[in-house]
Design a protein around this ligand. Structure first.
Ligand code: HSE
Length: 438
């Protein structure tokens, strides 16, 4: 076998291949012999890796192995190397979520045409077995929805905001100091990392090719300590969720794939996922509700998933077999975000005087959005004088109005919020959050 990349995960894979060689050989049915490790600088020694194995010739190396493990990341040259490896008859293991989300169809087709395995358990949620359950264990069931906390950095940040009342920038700095967040946290904070993982999960869950471009994406940059405090008051927590679900619309069945922050009741199993942990919640027609939980990143946990794939594809080669293909036959249409149906929490800063609630409720009604609950609390500011002419409310007094809706479409909610913002008594739309997890 060949290893492309020897970073945090690659070096751990190389170390385990040597340290556990005998046991891994027994499981695979043959020794897992590492023939080379492709790196950018072969002169730099790597702990636990025989220096004679290091090479900068990745293109040559993929022709010398029957199993190629790609841990380089990025789109190119990873894509070209994996296609080349498969053309040369090698089975492939990769942790490259961006590559699978962008070029999954091309890679799955190449694996099928060449009769080789393409395994990628480590691409989503690190050590958590979720690819294999969707691809194999649930192959006889019908997955209705997948909800995942698949980004540890943002979960850590939101958890810090929830438990410590921190603002986002401070929690993010703490995440950087602990090594969870990159110096440039854009991919995590803006939801790109989670969107790539959502694309992979949706492809497997619904047997439908879902490129990353089809995933609606909103990050957590706009979440404030006030949002988190309001969520806490309502018995909820804010999580960045990757949501893949079947939807029934006027044109028949489709799917929707989205990543955005959302309110979850503290009773929901995903609400208890703390710190940098990941979890994926699956709803299937026959199996019911399933939850997969664990470490979503880190060299040692991620290497566990990579090595599991390595042993599996090696075993297939020994037995002249193959794992199940990634099926994309259903080819369900991906519906636009406007058709997404969920509940919403709209937080408004309003003038606290008679008729305001009625005016706001009227706007919701006009847009066909049904209100489930309304909660009002005073905002800091001028206090009620109770004087003549203020209709019983204090002149200039303001309140926070938290409106939770019944299920509505995203399009209807967006139109409602735009119209509510125009109501005279509404000083500001403080936040709009989706409410998930029924
Ligand atoms: N940056 C990711 C996270 C790990 O914070 O979960 C790699 O996908």
């Amino acid at each position: 076998m060949a290893l492309l990349g020897c970073g945090v995960v690659g070096s751990e894979v190389a170390r385990a291949l040597t340290a556990n060689a005998q046991e891994l050989a027994a499981r695979a049915g043959a020794p897992l012999k590492l023939v080379g490790v492709a790196v950018r600088d072969a002169s730099r020694p790597r702990d636990g890796v025989d220096p004679s194995l290091l090479t900068t010739d990745a293109a040559g190396l993929v022709h010398r192995a029957d199993v190629v493990v790609e841990l380089v990341g990025g789109l190119e040259p990873a894509r070209a190397l994996l296609l080349d490896a498969m053309r040369a008859g090698a089975s492939v293991v990769t942790a490259n979520k961006a590559l699978l989300a962008e070029h999954g169809r091309e890679l799955h087709t190449a694996a099928a045409e060449r009769g080789v395995d393409l395994y990628f358990e480590a691409a989503v949620a690190g050590a958590i077995p979720i690819i294999r359950p969707l691809r194999e264990s649930l192959a006889g069931d019908r997955v209705e929805a997948v909800l995942g906390i698949v980004n540890g950095t943002t979960n850590y940040v939101l958890d810090q905001m929830d438990t410590g009342g921190a603002e986002l920038a401070d929690a993010l700095r703490a995440a950087q100091e602990l090594g969870y967040a990159e110096a440039d946290p854009t991919a995590d904070v803006e939801g790109y990392d989670a969107a790539a993982k959502a694309a992979i999960l949706a492809t497997l869950a619904f047997h439908t090719p879902v490129p990353a471009a089809d995933v609606h994406r909103e990050g957590i940059a706009g979440i404030t300590a006030a949002d988190v405090a309001a969520a806490r008051e309502a018995g909820s927590v804010i999580k960045l969720l990757a949501i893949c679900e079947r939807v029934q619309g006027p044109d028949g069945e489709g799917i929707q794939v989205r990543v955005h922050p959302a309110l979850l009741s503290r009773d929901h199993p995903l609400a208890g996922v703390r710190g940098a942990f990941n979890a994926v919640f699956v709803k299937a027609a026959a199996a019911g509700r399933l939850m997969f939980y664990g470490q979503g990143a880190g060299g040692v946990p991620t290497a566990s998933a990579v090595l599991g794939d390595v042993v599996t594809v090696a075993r297939h080669r020994v037995d002249s077999g193959l794992g199940p293909r990634v099926l994309e036959h259903a080819d369900l249409p991906v519906r636009p975000m406007g058709q997404a149906r969920t509940r919403y929490q709209v937080r408004l800063d309003v003038a606290d005087r008679p008729g305001v609630l009625a005016a706001i409720a009227q706007v919701f009604a006009e847009h066909g959005v049904s209100i489930e609950t309304v909660r009002q609390s005073a905002l800091p500011g001028p206090q009620a004088g109770g004087g003549a002419g203020d209709g019983g409310g204090g002149a200039g007094r303001t309140a926070s109005l938290v409106v939770v809706t019944h299920t509505a479409t995203d399009a209807a909610l967006a139109a409602t919020v735009a119209a509510v913002a125009e109501v005279d008594a509404v000083a500001a739309v403080a936040s709009v959050l989706r409410v998930e997890g029924d």
